[in-house]
Design a protein around this ligand. Structure first.
Ligand code: GSH
Length: 223
């Protein structure tokens, strides 16, 4: 039995969704973030040394890192579903977007989250204007332009078919769901990028997506 070590409001929600799309049985083991620090509980370190989610166990196998988990599940249990045929242009796009989600799309979103926290976190009064000034400068000169550049790019890429890897819905769309949900919740993504907001509406309407939400519980990132 596959066990998904699932942290509330986290990337592991997309793993539950993939398993629902594939119709594979699985168990959810829940972990709760510390409400102050938002970090995962140390119990997750017993599953994988980094103590991050998602991580899955499948008998004696442990797999961490969303993209690797998605590849493992699709390769092991997919029977050719949700992945374009090897050697096709669609397969190359699939691989690209599977990596792009964590390798490129998440970076400016994470920086925005961090610098927003710098602006609002408590510190000695004399340090506050300096910290706020630095945070605003980094966001204005690097983070916000990078977000817009990435949104424009992803929006254009979706224009042709509405899915990241070609005509068909694939596991690359599952992987890309998290950065786009995070972007809509706190990155400024809105209807100026209609193919992206439409993508979110279409995935949220999928029955498997809704079933995964029922299994996973609280998922605030949906925004
Ligand atoms: N690139 C990794 C990122 C994993 C990650 O940072 N997960 C977050 C949840 S969205 C986490 O576990 N945060 C809690 C912590 O770092 O303690 C992946 O895609 O699996």
């Amino acid at each position: 039995m596959i066990v998904v070590h699932h942290l509330n409001n986290s990337r592991s929600q997309r793993i539950l969704w993939l398993l629902e799309e594939l119709g594979i049985e699985y168990e959810v083991k829940r972990y709760e973030r510390d409400p102050q620090t938002m970090l995962a509980p140390s119990a997750l370190k017993a599953v994988h040394p980094l103590g991050k989610s998602p991580v899955i166990t499948d008998a004696e196998i442990t797999v961490a890192e969303s993209g690797a988990i998605i590849e493992y599940l699709v390769d092991t249990y997919g029977q050719g579903r949700l992945v374009p045929e090897a050697g096709t242009p669609q397969r190359l796009r699939y691989t690209y977007w599977l990596h792009f989600a964590e390798g490129s799309a998440m970076l400016p979103l994470l920086l925005k989250l961090i610098f927003n926290r710098v602006e609002t976190s408590s510190m000695p009064f004399f340090a506050k204007p300096v910290a706020k000034g630095i945070a605003r400068k980094v966001k204005g000169t690097f983070v916000e332009p990078a977000l817009i550049q990435h949104f424009d790019y992803m929006n254009n890429e979706l224009a042709a078919t509405g899915w990241f890897a070609g005509e068909e819905f694939s596991a690359a769309d599952v992987q890309m769901s998290f950065p786009l949900e995070a972007a809509a919740a706190r990155g400024g993504l809105d209807s100026k990028w209609p193919h992206l907001t439409d993508f979110l509406q279409r995935i949220h309407a999928r029955p498997a997506y809704k079933r995964a939400l029922e299994r996973g519980g609280e998922y605030d990132i949906i925004g």
